[in-house]
Design a protein around this ligand. Structure first.
Ligand code: B4P
Length: 191
């Protein structure tokens, strides 16, 4: 199985590139952000709780997102592999993912990290906020909070995967095609 973690700060291009990568490598796309937004749209209790946090730019509790990933992993036993987009976002989530994959007799093949500076991130997210309807993209102070959460809780995951020889950094600034080709080149080396 090819199991990839697509990593990077909010707005780095994870969702954008995942869509292209799943098609190229025939993988299943698991985006915790998309799963949470589906719960919000469906008006579930989980979605109502998640929206309150997401609208402040705060991470949703680990047990909530780990539960969502567990159910998606166990309901796709025939998969070629998975792209984890926006997950894990904390060390506890990374440890839980390692344990879940072990139960399925597989593991993470590698983490691909999209590197983008804060100025570009803010520009992209505000721009998306103009027509996406995403409330967390429309206010610069919420975006700043998301970047702060990323730096405090998510950025340490780079060392977690690096210590296991699984980290590859990729320049996330440039055309979608150039970044996609760089990601594909890095993935070929993992196969
Ligand atoms: P996510 O949905 O994961 O959203 P994101 O970090 O903003 O990144 P996204 O993938 O959507 O954007 P992309 O970079 O592709 O998270 C939202 C919230 O959900 C979090 O704040 C948190 O509250 C919660 N959450 C999700 N997962 C969680 C977890 N595991 N644990 C706890 N909480 C969790 O693209 C951004 C924009 O840039 C787009 O408009 C795109 O068109 C543009 N873009 C992309 N590539 C570009 C390029 N090369 N050049 C120019 N623009 C580009």
């Amino acid at each position: 199985m090819l199991n990839l973690v697509l990593f990077g700060p909010p707005g780095a291009g994870k969702g954008t590139q995942s869509v292209k990568l799943v098609e190229r490598f025939q993988l299943i796309h698991l985006s915790t952000g998309d799963l949470l937004r589906s719960e919000i749209t469906a008006g579930t209790a989980l979605g109502i709780e998640a929206k309150q946090l997401m609208d402040k730019g705060i991470l949703v509790p680990d047990e909530v997102v780990i539960g969502m990933i567990r159910s998606k992993l166990t309901s796709n036993p025939q998969a070629n592999g998975f792209i984890f987009d926006g997950f894990p976002r904390t060390i506890a989530q990374a440890e839980a993912l390692d344990n879940l994959l072990k139960e399925l007799h597989t593991s993470i093949s590698g983490m691909l990290a999209l590197e983008v500076n804060d100025e570009e991130l803010i520009k992209r997210l505000l721009n998306r906020g103009k027509d996406s309807g995403r409330s967390d993209d429309q206010d610069e102070s919420i975006i700043a909070n998301r970047i702060k959460e990323y730096n405090n809780k998510t950025a340490p995951l780079a060392s977690y995967y690096s210590a296991r020889g699984k980290y590859t950094g990729v320049n996330g600034i440039g055309s979608l095609e150039t970044i996609f080709n760089d990601l594909c080149g890095s993935i070929e080396k993992l196969k």
